[in-house]
Design a protein. Structure first.
Length: 377
């Protein structure tokens, strides 16, 4: 193999052969894993002549994760759907909603579709668009970027949406929807409207318990998304779960689930559930968010020309002074090898802001603040 050397810094550069070898050494050996699986079959006196290779273990791992999650969240295994992260769950559920609209011949020009607030998680825009689901967005309060419950409820009554999407904490603002607003949306939504509550991001403040919501609203079409990515640093393994408040809704979505998932991801996710119970963010991630918030808010208070959202999660918005163009700030930071998402990259293209990751190592936030200080102050 030709030795490929890094010719540039940053995310456009290739891995060198040495780094590829180091990566592979972290992944372990497929042969060793297959030998271990064969030993398990022999110990269980079971011999798979139906599928072969890793397929039986894929199914076993998915079933184990379903049972462990169902036990923790006090629901039936059929009400727990593992998937490829929250993105997989979003895509699967939205396909089911599109099929529902087709079957019921819903005129989405007048009602139905998906109701969300914006800016919202980018996958929601893209997934709705690819599935031809009409997405109706309600704007967040532009003064403090919070959830306007009265406007949302008015839209629910006007459009009778097929699905309401609640992303809490919000991505990209990092601001959580208050518990009382979540409850109001669930209780005032029509009984045939699905409420998809996306809890992918960490919330460093207290919030209403998922178990409580699933128990209280068994008669509602409620599905709650959790992910092992942001909570446990397992984004590379692509594992998330959707938890349904009733079997009927879960059964509607089930035929659309993927047939296989990442074995390592399922095993590690099951281990985490068995050890911790309910999925909760790691101490390290919570600590990072708190420290990053202090670093960024201290910088904004000191600079008096930058400001940020009152975030409690893995992402936040940094607002730029009027004399700075968003594209210029993004490019200036890239020259210092700091990569950010400018508002023009949002699906709704909002200038004057950049999104920052606030769940990572605080040293990264310090370097970002230092770069902004050097460039503009």
């Amino acid at each position: 193999m030709k030795n490929i050397e890094l010719i540039d810094r940053g995310f456009n550069s290739d891995f060198s052969s040495k780094r590829i070898e180091e990566f592979c050494s972290k992944f372990g050996s497929e042969k060793d894993l297959q030998n271990f699986i064969d030993r398990i079959h022999e110990e269980d006196h079971t011999y798979d002549m139906k599928r072969g290779e890793f397929y039986p273990e894929i199914l076993r791992c998915i079933a184990s994760l379903k049972r462990a999650s169902a036990n923790v969240y006090d629901i039936e295994p059929e009400q727990c759907h593992p998937n490829f992260g929250s993105n997989g769950n979003i895509d699967t559920i939205l396909v089911a909603m599109k099929l529902r609209e087709i079957e019921n011949k819903i005129n989405t020009d007048k009602w139905g579709g998906a109701l969300d607030v914006e800016p919202t998680y980018f996958r929601n825009y893209n997934s709705c668009n690819s599935k031809k689901i009409k997405l109706r967005n309600i704007s967040l309060n532009k003064t403090d970027w919070t959830f306007d419950i009265d406007t949302v409820i008015d839209a629910v009554k006007q459009y009778h949406p097929t699905i309401i999407i609640l992303v809490t904490p919000n991505n990209p603002t990092g601001i959580a929807i208050p518990d009382k607003s979540i409850i109001k949306v669930i209780e005032e939504a029509p009984d045939d409207t699905v409420i998809m509550m996306d809890r992918t991001l960490v919330n460093i403040e207290s919030e209403i318990n998922t178990i409580e919501l699933l128990k209280k609203y068994k008669e509602k079409q409620l599905v709650i998304l959790h992910s092992f990515s942001k909570y446990a640093g397992m984004s590379h393994l692509r594992i998330g779960i959707s938890l349904y408040s009733n079997k009927k809704l879960a059964e509607e979505v089930r035929p659309l689930l993927p047939l296989g998932l990442n074995v390592e991801g399922c095993i590690k996710a099951t281990k985490l559930i068995l050890e911790k119970g309910q999925l909760t963010p790691s101490i390290e991630v919570v600590s990072n968010i708190k420290e990053n918030k202090k670093i960024l808010t201290d910088f904004c208070n000191w600079s008096q020309i930058f400001s940020c959202t009152n975030f409690v999660s893995n992402y936040c918005l940094l607002f730029l002074p009027q004399n700075l163009r968003t594209d210029d700030v993004v490019k200036d930071l890239e020259k210092k090898y700091i990569y950010t998402m400018g508002g023009e990259e949002f699906p709704n293209q909002t200038s004057g802001m950049i999104r920052l990751h606030s769940g990572g190592h605080p040293e990264y936030m310090r370097k970002t603040v230092e770069a902004l200080t050097e460039l503009y102050l």
